[in-house]
Design a protein around this ligand. Structure first.
Ligand code: SAM
Length: 369
């Protein structure tokens, strides 16, 4: 692609000033391909300005509970895939998960994410219902990230108090998806799950991994268009980082950490410039690639950070990729470290706030008007 610097600078300025969702897929591909340092800075600065305009100064918080690594899926990239015999399996009990939620609340985190490997069973559904009922009095915003489920299950969890659901599509390309998953994993079912989550009234979160083997810039640009197609309210995405005990690691392109990180930052920036008012997380994978990865994510347009509130003794077992950060730190240390890091970029942590997606609130208010 022929990159004319003036065209790119003009495109960045227009994307920030125009209404959301006005860039074409080709234009987003052009922005994702930027390598010139001056243009890259313009891209990140423009996306950060849109973050300030739409979400204000401040970083929303979600305490992350890694509730268990037992998983029925065998995704080729994931360290907790069911065939990884080296993963030591655990599942927090209900008291432990409620304890994490109470800890998050004591820290002033207004919101919680409960994530685990994928389990579809009535016993699991009921257990999550009981946990949701027990943490409801804490008044936290609760995001679930528990994978693909039947619509009736999403509905039960919504009625039990969860307000947000995060299910990454991983890639919007069915062809690429089929190279990352065994045949029994259906891209179409995942999309149907996203639609079901939306129908149940959740704030919908989705996202992809970038820097995947076989992925093109055009794929990534279409991923961002996909977020709009499913009307996502929250985006959680990040660079793919190989895990040595997974089949995909051998096929992973050799890429320097900084290169993977840069692609993750560009995805954040272009997503912010395209969607404007959604919540975008600066994922832990960014921090795995550079100690200041999450702060750089904020400066590229993200507005959410998810400090880990899981007991330190379980963190090593929830290893999705190589180099997971903060393995030996407890939740209090994570909070202190985060405060200093976020202050260093002139931002602050938003304590005691639910941090609802502005996009969701706007659509909801509009639909009631
Ligand atoms: N089971 C749930 C689901 O499928 O949504 C949530 C748990 S799953 C482990 C959470 C996310 O981890 C996935 O959506 C995937 O994008 C990410 N992930 C897994 N392996 C990864 C890797 N090697 N590098 C980066 N992200 C990875």
């Amino acid at each position: 692609m022929d990159l004319d610097e003036r065209d790119v600078a003009g495109l960045i300025a227009r994307a920030a000033a125009n209404p959301p969702r006005t860039m074409s897929v080709e234009e987003m591909e052009l922005l994702l391909s930027v390598e010139d340092p001056v243009l890259l800075k313009e891209l990140f600065d423009a996306a950060y300005a849109v973050k300030l305009r739409e979400c204000g100064r401040g970083v929303a918080l979600r305490g992350l509970v890694e509730a268990g690594n037992c998983c029925a899926k065998d995704c080729y990239y994931c360290g907790i895939r069911k065939s990884n015999a080296k993963a030591s399996r655990y599942m927090l009990d209900e008291d432990e998960i409620v304890g994490c939620a109470e800890q998050a609340s004591r820290f002033g985190y207004g919101s919680l994410v409960i994530q685990s490997g994928e389990i579809e069973s009535e016993a699991h559904t009921r257990s999550i219902e009981r946990i949701l009922a027990r943490i409801a009095p804490l008044g936290l915003g609760v995001t679930l990230s528990l994978g693909e489920q039947e619509e009736s299950v999403y509905r039960r969890w919504r009625e039990a108090g969860a307000t947000r659901y995060l299910l990454r599509i991983e890639t919007s390309s069915p062809r690429l998806y089929s190279t990352l998953h065994p045949a029994e994993c259906s891209w179409a079912r995942r999309v149907e799950c996203l639609r079901a989550i939306k129908r149940c009234g959740y704030q919908l979160g989705t996202g992809v991994m970038c820097a995947l083997p076989g992925q093109t810039m055009a794929d990534l640009a279409r991923d961002i268009a996909f977020y709009a197609e499913v009307d996502a309210d929250m985006i959680g995405m990040g660079p793919y980082i190989p895990h040595p005990d997974t089949p995909l690691a051998a096929k992973a392109p050799r890429m320097a950490d900084e290169e993977r990180l840069l692609l993750g930052l560009k995805m954040i920036a272009v997503t912010r410039l395209y969607l404007h008012d959604v919540n975008i997380a600066a994922s832990t994978a960014l921090q795995a690639l550079a100690h200041d990865g999450r702060e750089r994510g904020i400066l590229a347009g993200a507005n959410v950070i998810m400090p880990n509130v899981t007991d330190t003794k379980w963190r090593r077992s929830y290893t999705l990729y190589d180099g997971k950060p903060c393995l030996d730190e407890n939740a209090k240390m994570c909070q202190g470290c985060l405060e200093r890091r976020v202050a260093s970029i002139g931002e602050h942590l938003l304590y005691g706030q639910l941090g609802d997606s502005r996009h969701f609130v706007r659509c909801h208010v509009d639909s009631m008007a």
